[in-house]
Write a protein that binds this ligand. Structure first.
Ligand code: PLP
Length: 475
């Protein structure tokens, strides 16, 4: 067991000043029928113009079953099932931590999938990982302070940090994610004169890394958490692709046989096969994990959750109270309605379906890359999770690299990007995701197999291959 210290000293000046709102403490009386609630400025639920919302799911498997349907009324007395959140409650002020019934389902879900080291963890809803990361920056960092990010990373995460006046420092990665040995070396030799203030926050995308597609190796996770304790910083684990950890390349779909104990089978074949969250090693109370339904339901739901030490989430809650107030009531009531009807096992079956569909798409995409992209100049990574693949190009083999492009990788990248566009293919430039703009040592393009159907995928990759052939004079 590590030494569990609190990290209140790492909070930003803003977060240290912010106090819990006294009016918030009254919310626990709101559903008490014996209380005449004169104290809060809420519109009357009777005036909300919605009688109910209804939804119908798609099937959980190829056999077409089960489709679930629900109708959630405004009035608690007209609920189909007890654990629904009635609309007049879901759409009201209050509960900015999240609707208690949804929180209870999510906590049970977390306990099924993760063996969280600490026993004082909690969960609070967010409007998705983008909002939650922005809030974490405000929670811990003052302008000018330092944040560590993987050397290539989700561009919005860097943009949010830069816009808050933060010093973004790149951590070296390889195909197994952050090089923890190099990170340790960097922290040990940190020079505030040249590198800025010592880092307070480390941001990582452990699964299906955006943009590289790599997955953080299990062996590096305990080391990373220990470094946070040793060097006194907090880790934000942004893991929206956790459930897009796929089957092995080329393996058949993972089908649940008939006549098995579903829960047991899903535990052995889904839960136990997934990589672990950093929270599992976090005896030290230094990890906040961000999850989101954007990749498991739909991004427009704008629903996610943060998991971490309760007292830190209290500070996040205080910030939410004065910024977004709460996650959208419609999203909470509908998604909670789906969860309650599916149950934990039904939700796991849905996650299994996602895993199989993404594995099939990934396998097809890679087979096309192997067929059409010239091996003499292209290297393709094999993503084990997520939506992304990277095509790395050997820029030294471009015949005009040192002449027309003055040996500048970014100039060549821009040129190739335009050539791809002219041929009708959009790939994202690796430079858009680069944390340190001076590190121009990689020529790569990010692709995604997530939302492209097989015909278009085949055509797109064939075209990409032919532009590369022409550009690198391989014909
Ligand atoms: C690493 C990462 N974090 C967060 C997001 C956005 O998540 P959300 O929709 O929950 O804000 C993305 C989306 O592309 C992402 O790649």
């Amino acid at each position: 067991m590590g030494c569990r210290t609190n990290v209140l000293h790492l909070l930003s000046d803003e977060a240290k000043i912010r106090k819990a709102s006294p009016i918030k403490t009254t919310m626990k009386y709101f559903t008490d029928p014996n209380m005449v609630f004169l104290g809060a400025g809420m519109p009357s639920g009777d005036m909300f113009p919605f009688q109910n919302v209804s939804f119908k799911s798609v099937p959980l498997d190829d056999k077409g079953t089960p489709v679930i349907e629900g109708c959630i009324d405004r009035n608690v007395d007209n609920l189909e099932i007890e654990n629904d959140v009635p609309l007049d409650l879901a759409l009201q002020y209050g509960n900015s931590r999240g609707q208690p019934k949804l929180l209870a389902f999510l906590k049970e879900h977390m306990s099924i999938f993760h063996n969280i080291a600490s026993d004082d963890w909690d969960l609070i809803t967010t409007a998705g990982s983008t909002q939650a990361w922005d809030a974490c920056l405000r929670l811990f960092c003052n302008p000018g302070e330092t944040v560590l990010l993987e050397d290539y990373t989700y561009s919005s995460s860097v943009e949010a940090a830069v816009a808050q006046g933060l010093n973004c420092v790149a951590m070296e990665m390889d195909s197994d994610g952050i090089r923890t040995d190099k990170l340790e070396e960097m922290l040990r030799n940190w020079d505030t004169e040249t590198q800025g203030p010592f880092p307070k926050l480390l941001y990582t995308i452990p699964n299906g890394h955006n943009p590289t597609g790599c997955t953080l190796h299990e062996d590096r996770k305990p080391t990373l958490v220990k470094l946070a304790s040793q060097y006194d910083f907090v880790i934000i684990e942004d893991d929206p692709y956790y459930f897009l950890q796929m089957n092995k390349y080329g393996d058949p779909e993972l089908k649940m046989p008939d006549d098995v104990d579903e829960e047991q089978w899903l535990k052995e074949n889904l839960v136990d096969k997934l990589g672990r969250s950093l929270l599992e090693w976090d005896d030290f109370g230094r990890v906040i994990r961000l999850e989101s339904v954007s990749k498991t339901f739909a991004p427009g739901c704008r629903l996610g959750w943060a998991i971490g030490p309760r007292y830190l989430l209290d500070h996040l809650w205080n910030l939410h109270e004065v910024s977004m107030q709460s996650t959208c009531g419609f999203a909470q009531t509908i998604i909670n309605g789906m969860f309650q009807r599916w149950g934990q096992v039904g939700y796991m079956r849905w996650l299994l379906k996602l895993r199989n569909s993404y594995s099939t798409k990934r396998d097809f995409c890679l087979s096309q890359c192997q067929k059409y992209l010239a091996k003499s100049v292209c290297t393709i990574n094999l993503p084990a999770s997520g939506m992304f693949f990277m095509v790395y190009l050997d820029y030294r083999k471009h015949p005009k690299f040192s002449t027309d492009f003055c040996s500048d990788v970014d100039l060549l990248q821009e040129h190739l990007y335009q050539k791809f566009l002219q041929s009708g293919i959009l790939m994202a430039c690796s430079s858009w995701f680069r944390v340190d703009p001076t590190q121009k040592n990689t020529l790569a393009f990010r692709g995604s197999y997530a939302s492209v159907d097989p015909d278009k995928m085949q055509r797109g990759i064939e075209l990409l291959g032919s532009v590369i052939q022409t550009e690198f004079c391989l014909n």
